[in-house]
Design a protein around this ligand. Structure first.
Ligand SMILES: Nc1nc2c(ncn2[C@@H]2O[C@H](COP(=O)(O)OP(=O)(O)OP(=O)(O)O)[C@@H](O)[C@H]2O)c(=O)[nH]1
Ligand SMILES: [Zn+2]
Length: 291
């Protein structure tokens, strides 16, 4: 049986990448009856019905499933921010981190446009997140700095790039894989990535093995699914200290004898991170009130 990976779904065809070739496949009827939705990223077995046509016979169990965009077997997310232009905003970084933690993906923090920023502030920022335990890469897509290290991280993995508009995601992907020719700058909003293309992601192959996902669709509405008491689980620096709080139900808000607040006072947890935590905690509270 031949094996492949679904890289694109379009017009009831599934395009399978298999041994360097793209095969246009249909689903066996029984999958339709089961209303099984095959996703980009799914690993399948298929039989050929023509030189580049086939039928999908079996779907391998999924290792993971990302909801936005809907992609199976995503291994990691590269959260991309510009150091400047637009200036990095740690509150926003922390929000993206929480969403990525929720999805249980490996996380890489990528700080782009270091050609425009001063070395000291980038180093400080990198250190803040490295101390929490995140992998941080500082790059300049424009000058090609750090791109090789990033490329190495993509090997044999399915990687989603997420981050605010203008961070340089498309420019980075073009630097990694020149053939992609993703549109950058303002044009990208109008052509190629219109409304219709956002729902269905496509896997783009990286030379040497691995794929990147072309339409990151992170959404912060997912904060509404988080219970107040669980928010800290998505802040590794806070979760580590939480067992030292006097009360096991401590939300590190106004509770007495809070180990987290002591850790902030002693510099073990950054004040900025705590502010981000409180901001999201408040958002969760407000959203629950609405019901
Ligand atoms: N100076 C500098 N400019 C960069 C760098 N990377 C990207 N840019 C510029 O930043 C702007 C935004 O880059 P894009 O790649 O379109 O950003 P994006 O994250 O894909 O944006 P969206 O498509 O809106 O999500 C473009 O004008 C790029 O030329 C860099 O490393 N240095
Ligand atoms: Zn506490």
């Amino acid at each position: 049986m031949l094996k492949g990976i679904v890289v694109k779904a379009y017009n009831s065809y599934y395009y399978i990448q298999s041994g360097g070739k793209i095969i246009a496949c249909n689903l066996r009827g029984r999958f339709k009856k089961e209303r099984f939705s095959l996703l980009v990223g799914d690993e399948v077995t298929y039989t050929l019905t023509g030189p580049d046509k086939g039928v999908i016979e079996e779907i391998r169990p999924r290792r993971s499933m990302l909801k936005r965009p809907m992609v199976a077997n995503v291994d990691q997310v590269v959260l991309t921010f510009a150091a400047v232009n637009p200036n990095i905003n740690t509150a926003l970084v922390d929000k993206f981190l929480v969403i990525a933690e929720l999805s249980e993906l490996e996380i890489v923090l990528c700080i782009n446009k270091i050609d425009l920023s001063d070395t000291d502030s980038v180093a400080k920022l990198a250190e803040l997140y490295e101390q929490i335990g995140y992998k941080v890469l500082t790059v300049s897509a424009k000058q090609g700095l750090g791109i090789h290290a990033l490329r190495l991280l993509l090997f044999d993995k399915i990687t989603v790039f997420a981050g605010p508009s203008g961070a340089g995601k498309s420019t980075i992907l073009n630097a990694i894989q020149p053939g992609l020719e993703l549109m950058t700058g303002e044009v990208s909003h109008k052509i190629g990535r219109g409304k219709h293309t956002t729902r269905f992601a496509e896997l783009l192959p990286v030379t040497g093995g691995g794929f990147v996902v072309d339409t990151p669709g992170f959404s912060f509405t997912e904060f509404n699914d988080i219970e107040e008491a669980h928010l800290m689980d998505y802040f590794p620096d806070i979760a580590r200290i939480a067992p030292t709080c006097k009360f096991s139900t401590c939300l590190h808000y106004k509770e007495p004898q809070c180990g987290v607040k002591q850790a902030i006072a002693s510099g073990l947890i950054s004040q900025a991170r705590y502010q981000s935590y409180l901001e999201i905690l408040t958002e969760i509270r407000e959203s629950k009130k609405g019901y």
